[in-house]
Design a protein around this ligand. Structure first.
Ligand code: CP
Length: 323
């Protein structure tokens, strides 16, 4: 069932909190495991019993469509029980703290928790207070590791690897946890990264992460192999970072004119949700270069791999404790 990892490495981490702390070999191990689950699924093995008896909690303190649904489905495909928690309608409104809420859910026998929160570091806080394995499903502006992994998986499927590739991350880099996870993952695996957007949405320190900066999409559109179009994170912006959505779309939106000036084999990615007419036009979103729905499909297998590898670590820990 394990992937034939190209590195021969064993996964040892109890939590998946970000790609920053992972080695290239650990990232490849996750990608290889996800690819193995995808291969099995294609061969008709749609239900595996690898997490039988395990209960996975999906704790979402922020809205989600793709991440929440695919984690829930990933757990079910591995035969785990699932419990979904949403902050709206919960006892948080009566004053219960974030950590107490999670500890109460853990007390019901939940041993893996998938956590999305608007505060950067929230999953890390739970990792220090709970015994459960924690998977970061997006924390504030910090990281979204499984989104980074599914982006990597999609690029690897279409391009075979990362060496020699240049990937553009376009848009709201300042507020994007997806940008940060992509930067860590892509640079560790040997790709070149260029970030592009309005100057107000590019953090000043970003070049220290090993990326190039461009403020002009037209300058880079013809030279990159992959363009990942990041959403304008209006919910995290505390002031106006550009004059209007129309102006943003004019200068940084991917449209028919720009796709015709891009490489003939350019890949268009977007983490979603997409805002048609803002980050990209329908012609681009639904066109032949778009792999946006491939990303969503791969999200399921990346999340299966994450839950499975964390579970194996907890099983090993339990075996050692029983000796
Ligand atoms: N890409 C992503 O995280 O989408 P959701 O917010 O719908 O989970």
């Amino acid at each position: 069932m394990d992937s034939a990892s190209s590195t021969g490495l064993e996964w040892t981490r109890p939590h998946l909190l970000g790609l920053q702390e992972l080695s290239a070999a650990e990232i490849l191990l996750l990608l290889d495991q996800a690819a193995e689950f995808k291969r099995l699924h294609g061969a008709g093995e749609t239900k595996l019993d690898l997490l039988k008896g395990v209960t996975v909690g999906n704790l979402f303190f922020e809205p989600s469509t793709r991440t929440r649904t695919s984690f829930s489905l990933a757990a079910k495909r591995l035969s785990a029980d699932t419990v979904d928690f949403s902050s709206s309608g919960s006892s948080l409104s009566k004053g219960e703290t974030f950590v107490d809420t999670a500890r109460n859910i853990e007390a019901m026998g939940v041993t893996q928790m998938v956590v999305r929160h608007s505060s950067s570091g929230a999953p890390h806080l739970l990792a220090t207070h709970l015994a459960a394995g924690i998977v970061n499903a997006g924390d504030g502006t910090h990281e979204h590791p499984t989104q980074g992994l599914l982006d990597l998986m999609t690029i690897r499927e279409h391009r075979g690897g990362f060496q020699g590739l240049t990937v553009a991350l376009v848009g709201d880099i300042l507020h994007s946890r997806v940008a940060r996870s992509n930067i860590w993952g892509l640079t560790k695996l040997g790709a070149k990264v260029v970030v592009c957007g309005p100057a107000t949405l590019i953090p000043p320190y970003i070049e220290q992460l090993g990326v190039r900066v461009s403020y002009d999409l037209d300058e880079i559109v013809g030279e990159v192999d992959v363009i990942n179009l990041l959403r304008i994170q209006a919910e995290r912006q505390r002031s106006a970072f550009f004059p209007s959505i129309y102006e943003y779309a004019h200068f940084f939106g991917m449209n028919g004119d720009r796709i015709r000036r891009a490489r003939h084999d350019v890949l268009i990615l977007a983490p979603g949700p997409i805002n048609r007419g803002v980050e990209l036009t329908p012609e681009v979103a639904d066109g032949p270069h778009s792999v946006i729905l491939d990303q969503v499909t791969n999200g399921l297998f990346v999340r299966m791999a994450s839950l499975y590898l964390l579970h194996r670590v907890s099983q090993r820990g339990a075996r050692l404790a029983a000796r």
